[in-house]
Design a protein around this ligand. Structure first.
Ligand SMILES: [Cu+2]
Length: 228
């Protein structure tokens, strides 16, 4: 059957082309958190109001940092490797950013408020950067801020005080109005972090100077928060 054979050949060619197209499509859409900045829309962006305690023991909300860019890391001081490595990278990134770093407030938000008291955090963050601020709070306050930033964390029960806490480890870069501008992967090189931050700051400044007169923000690329 001639047409049957031609049909089969066409089907095979079509399947190959379809596979190729899907592969190319997936290549052009890398997963989130590869260190590339992701500009998000306000509506879909994580972030928002929070009420916490800073490492001096004083209550703070997100309003305390309005006007500053925020570089936010969620973690805990007993973290064996991811958090210290990330915070070292943040410090190196601040160094690379030079004068631009002055507009940035680095924040370390604990997901282990039981052990990370203000005193513990104060000593911990000072070891990484002189301007880094540690934030803690009640279990409920931490739950709320983690939920707002879609941070996953889970205490691993060990029956004693040596428990680890599993947590997602994205670095959030937020604008002066508190809206998250981009996510950085925790293990990105400081050079990549600095480049992504410079790009996000430039885009935010450009947006601020070309703000539309309408109250409605134009739709931008669809924002999908990082998987937690
Ligand atoms: Cu950690």
């Amino acid at each position: 059957m001639r047409y049957g054979r031609i049909g089969a050949v066409v089907a095979v060619i079509f399947a190959i082309l379809a596979g190729e197209w899907l592969w190319l499509k997936s290549e052009s859409n890398p997963p989130r958190g590869d260190g590339e900045p992701v500009i998000t829309t306000r509506a879909a962006a994580p972030g928002g109001p929070f009420s916490l305690i800073d490492h001096a023991g004083l209550p703070v909300t997100e309003r305390a940092y309005r006007g500053k860019y925020l570089l936010m890391v969620f973690g805990y001081t007993n973290c064996p490797d991811v958090c210290p490595t990330t915070l070292n990278s943040i410090a190196a990134t601040m160094e690379l950013l030079g004068p631009d770093a002055e507009a940035i407030q680095p924040l370390f938000v604990t997901v282990d408020p039981d052990r990370d008291t203000p005193e513990v955090l104060a000593e911990y963050v000072a070891a990484f950067h002189p301007r880094m601020i540690g934030l803690t709070g009640s279990a409920e306050q931490i739950r709320q801020v983690a939920q707002a930033y879609r941070v996953y964390y889970s205490k691993v029960e060990t029956g004693d005080d040596t428990y680890p806490v599993d947590h997602s480890a994205y670095v959030y870069f937020a604008g002066p109005d508190g809206a998250v501008l981009t996510y950085l992967k925790h293990d990105a090189a400081p050079e990549a972090m600095a480049a992504a931050i410079e790009k996000a700051m430039a885009a935010a400044m450009e947006k601020a100077t070309t703000r539309p007169t309408s109250a409605a923000q134009p739709a931008q690329s669809a924002a999908i928060p990082p998987k937690t």
